[in-house]
Write a protein that binds this ligand. Structure first.
Ligand code: GLY
Length: 395
């Protein structure tokens, strides 16, 4: 007989990264009983992420629904941060309204950035084109050959590690049960999701199961193959430096706002925190569940960053890490009902997990309590992929 963790919650969230925790916290606030299953809650891909909140800067052609979702989340970040700090007993999540500067170094990069800028303008987004000289006036440490850029005043940052800690605490205070184990298998009761079996054999049953296991969401056994969510890991290597010199404080701020660039076609970003940390990322590597930090990855990030900010290689390098973004076939998230009644998706956020945490928490909590996804989240159900368009999408 398999031991069962009692009592049976309304919702089991499989995966306690920032997405799973935000869903759990918001659902508990709406009166649901929630259990989160994760060996180390708050310590998922967010532990590697830089925390740039940049839906306008990172706009891509053909991704207008994702832009709307990103903007909806960005707009509620300030209130989300205030509320989360209060709900966690005072934990600051490092939300900083700093704006983002995207720059180009050569003519090709400049042309690409200019096109994105025109596209941003056509969509009515707040963005300003700057000459190279204007970019350097804002950020004096930029290389002399920066050719131009865009300033997006509304794209900010948050500290994803602190966000994870605060969500764990807010969940705890809201009465969420944190079951610190790994899910081994999803369970079905007939054709309905029935919870999960944990590595030690414990069974956690629940009315609804939210799958928020990031890159592992499509790997958990237990579902019929056609219902398996289409996630895959996309590796990102990230460096953490300190904006200080061996001789003491730097004579001027090294970098005042998020910096993004296309360096010879490769995308790069630097996120400077108020505490002196500078996060530099990130590689994009499709090679399965590998989180090795490689000499080549570190070399390429520093080589490209030095083109932009020649002083960067003088800074102390304090940490290297690699994480896995949960990609999907269109690299947009999977939110809401799945082909399995009672199984709800909150995963596949790819490059946008930190940005989309507030809107995902709100959307999933609304879905779990009302049966309706808010309009900004509605385009992101797994049913947009033909194999997930099974006859009945039950709740
Ligand atoms: N959001 C940045 C990244 O995924 O690297």
């Amino acid at each position: 007989m398999v031991p069962s963790a009692a009592p049976r919650p309304d919702v089991l969230v499989v995966g306690g990264g920032i997405i799973g925790l935000a869903v759990a916290w918001r659902s508990a606030q709406r009166g649901l009983t929630v259990t989160v299953l994760d060996p180390d809650p708050g310590h998922g891909a967010n532990h590697v992420a830089a925390g740039m909140l940049a839906p306008v800067t990172e706009l891509q052609y053909g991704e207008e629904p994702l832009l709307r979702l990103g903007i909806a989340s960005n707009e509620r970040y300030a209130d989300f941060a205030t509320e989360l700090t209060e709900a966690s007993g005072g934990l600051d999540i490092g939300y900083r309204r700093c704006g983002t500067l995207a720059v180009a170094l050569d003519a090709d990069d400049r042309a690409e950035l200019r096109e994105v800028h025109e596209f941003q303008q056509r969509l009515g987004l707040e963005t300003q084109w700057l000459t190279g000289r204007e970019c350097r006036r804002l950020e004096p440490m930029l290389a002399p050959d920066v050719r131009g850029g865009t300033l997006v005043a509304g794209d900010h940052q948050v500290d994803p590690r602190r966000l994870g800690l605060a969500l764990v605490e807010a969940c705890r205070r809201a009465g969420v049960t944190l079951h610190r184990s790994r899910a081994a298998e999803l369970l079905l009761d007939g054709d309905r999701a029935g919870g999960a079996r944990v590595e030690d054999g414990t069974v956690v049953r629940a009315e609804r199961t939210v799958l928020a296991a990031g890159s592992w969401s499509g790997e958990l056994p237990g579902l019929p193959p056609e219902a398996q969510l289409p996630t895959r890991p996309v590796k990102g290597q990230v460096l953490r430096l300190r904006m200080e010199s061996l001789q003491g404080p730097l004579p001027m701020p090294f970098l005042s706002r998020n910096l993004r660039a296309v360096v010879k076609g490769v995308h790069l970003y630097l996120v400077p925190r108020e505490n002196g940390e500078l996060v530099l990322g990130a590689t994009m590597e499709e090679q399965g569940f590998d989180t090795t930090v490689t000499a080549g990855g570190v070399y390429e990030l520093l080589r490209d960053a030095r083109e932009l900010l020649p002083g960067v290689t003088e800074l102390p390098l304090v940490e290297t890490s690699a994480g896995l973004r949960p990609g999907t076939p269109d690299n947009a998230p999977l939110l809401g009902p799945t082909a399995v009644p009672g199984l709800v998706a909150a995963t596949g956020h790819h490059r946008n997990g930190v940005l989309l945490t507030p809107v995902t928490g709100d959307a999933l909590a609304a879905y779990l309590t009302t049966g309706e996804l808010p309009p900004e989240a509605a385009p992101f159900t797994p049913a947009r992929f033909p194999q997930h368009r099974l006859p009945e999408f039950a709740r």
